[in-house]
Design a protein around this ligand. Structure first.
Ligand code: HXC
Length: 517
């Protein structure tokens, strides 16, 4: 190469590096220090924590804000791809040190670019959110940018997994991007999400509320159900995102990865039944029962603090990823409520979208009775569960542990709603309702007119129990495929999942179903 060409090339390369450094510095030292003082990592530190070491490849480094007057290195968002456990993942990380991570049109364009790329190659999208929302200076252009992102969140739903980590502010309409994704994870003290902030609320409704009380991680984990998981800090959230990805395929065109285990697939689990209280009215820890059955006792519970009467989460059985749904009799007696129905239905649909078989553990007396539940639409919400289970084409294995009554029996992955295999423990009771209720309805007059109503009632309840409160009536009619020794549950579930590996289902033509929302 000629000397003058070489000099010219070196000069340009030096300028390129200088520009790159400027972008990498983000909002500068003072703002970075402020970010750290708030217990938060910077966008680039977060990407390093999320991705396999050295795997991050940046795209759109030199993209600039539309308004050249704005000082916005990197346009306030770092985008690209990398790997998690060796699998490609597309990422964007909003940089709060640059104009508060606010979203302008080109900031959105960078996000949209990696979203489109992710779908082209069939890889998950992980968004790290830390933003003051729409960039005020850009006006409607900023809103348009959000629109472009939201549209892709919706259209790519079920195409590739989309995971949102909320690690700072996420306010106004901006919350709808995470809300449209499959999973929302929040950092305990630094993240908040709300549509309208405390000041606006105060002026409109006179309610006085702090950021944390209104939209902090705890509120979204316990009350609103917006957050699927809450972790103590950025690093813990990002470690969870990595773990979560391990249960999911890269796209709907693939199956979830298998996880090697030394846990014998035919391991007997006598401790499973030992955890179940023999008195059907007494609670017991369903989560502990699940842990005895799955590989290595590893169960990643999702939304653990929301609608605790139902348990959902991921595990592996015999190396296969499974989604687990279970009633928890220690909360509201394990009944199905509005929130529980929403939680389970959404989870079943997530599993179905990504080929994760669903294993359901049943101990349920019914939908929670009450005016509040009826008036708030338990019919509409409960219908989601029926719909989700019926619609799901993934392998579905059900284990009836104890009670399974009425509409809830159907809703909790019954054969008629499409379960592939229904197993019952000998402790199971499958009936229209519990013995007490049934005796009252069927024998009201006889009980009231008897000389000793209490004794008559007790006798009739016992008679009903003998006739209905066991799994064999349902098994005799074929609604239960097998009654099993609880200690063999792991072996049975694993065997059925292996058998169902090649399951295919044809559905009648439709544009799309109309899930009750
Ligand atoms: C442009 C913004 C900004 C915004 C903050 N900044 N919000 N720049 N557009 N929306 C800038 C600040 O000027 C500041 O710049 C830097 O970001 C950090 O902001 P601070 O206020 O210093 O940070 P902090 O004290 O931590 O407070 C964070 C905050 C606050 C609570 C998020 O900044 C805030 O309330 N911002 C406004 C939030 C908002 O109303 N957003 C619009 C929501 S509506 P310097 O140069 O000083 O570092 C929305 C609609 C979306 O998003 C609709 C989608 C359909």
């Amino acid at each position: 190469m000629r000397d003058d060409t070489l000099a010219w090339m070196n000069e340009l390369t030096a300028e390129m590096e200088e520009r790159r450094k400027r972008v990498h510095r983000g909002g500068g030292e003072a703002r970075t220090a402020r970010q750290h003082a708030a217990g938060k990592l910077t966008a680039r530190e977060r990407l390093d924590a999320l991705l396999d070491p050295g795997s991050f490849v940046e795209l759109g480094t030199f993209v600039e804000a539309r308004d050249p007057e704005l000082n916005a290195p990197g346009e306030g968002v770092v985008t690209g791809y990398g790997t998690v456990d060796g699998r490609t993942v597309f990422v964007f990380a909003q940089d709060f040190t640059v104009l508060g991570g606010s979203l302008g049109k080109m900031h959105a364009a960078k996000i949209v670019r990696v979203m489109d790329q992710a779908v082209r190659v069939g890889a998950p999208i992980v968004g790290l959110n830390d933003s003051a929302g729409a960039r005020i200076q850009e006006g409607v252009d900023a809103l348009s940018g959000y629109g472009e992102v939201f549209a892709r969140n919706a259209i790519y739903s079920g195409v590739v997994p989309q995971i949102s980590a909320v690690l700072g502010p996420c306010a106004g309409g901006a919350v709808y991007s995470p809300a449209l994704t499959d999973f929302v994870l929040m950092a305990r003290d630094s993240a908040y999400m709300f549509i309208t902030g405390p000041e606006v609320i105060k002026s409109v409704t006179k309610e006085d509320v702090t950021f944390a009380e209104l939209g902090g991680a705890e509120v979204h984990a316990r009350r609103s159900g917006v957050a699927h998981l809450v972790e103590d800090d950025d690093r813990a959230v990002l470690a969870r995102v990595r773990e979560l990805l391990g249960y999911l395929p890269s796209s709907a065109r693939e199956r979830p990865p298998a996880r090697a285990t030394r846990d014998p697939v035919d391991r007997r689990v006598p401790e499973a039944a030992a955890r179940v209280h023999p008195d059907p009215r007494r609670p017991y820890p369903m989560r502990e029962v699940i842990k005895t059955i799955v590989d290595d006792g590893r169960f990643l519970e999702i939304q653990p603090d929301f609608a605790r009467n139902i348990v959902i989460g991921f595990a592996h059985v015999g190396g296969r990823a499974v989604g687990i749904v279970a009633n928890d009799p220690s909360h509201l007696a394990g009944t199905l409520t509005i929130d529980a129905s929403d939680k389970a239905a959404r989870f079943v649909r997530t599993c179905d979208a990504f080929h994760v078989p669903v294993v359901t553990f049943v101990d349920v007396t019914g939908f929670l009775p009450g005016v509040a539940q009826e008036h708030a639409g338990i019919i509409r919400h409960g219908a989601k569960m029926l719909y989700a289970y019926a619609e799901a084409t993934v392998p579905k294995v059900t284990v009836i542990v104890r009670k399974s009554y009425g509409g809830a029996y159907l809703a909790m992955s019954s054969q008629d709603l499409g379960a592939d295999v229904v197993l019952a423990w000998p402790t199971a009771a499958v009936a229209v309702m519990g013995a007490d209720g049934a005796a009252n309805v069927l024998h009201k007059k006889q009980i009231e007119s008897s000389p000793d109503p209490a004794a008559t009632r007790a006798r009739l309840v016992e008679a009903y129990r003998r006739e209905h409160d066991h799994p064999f009536r349902a098994a005799a009619r074929g609604y239960v495929d097998d009654v099993i020794d609880p200690a063999d549950t792991r072996r049975h579930v694993a065997r059925h999942l292996a058998m169902l590996e090649g399951k295919t289902v044809e559905r009648p033509y439709r544009k799309h179903g109309n899930v009750p929302l």
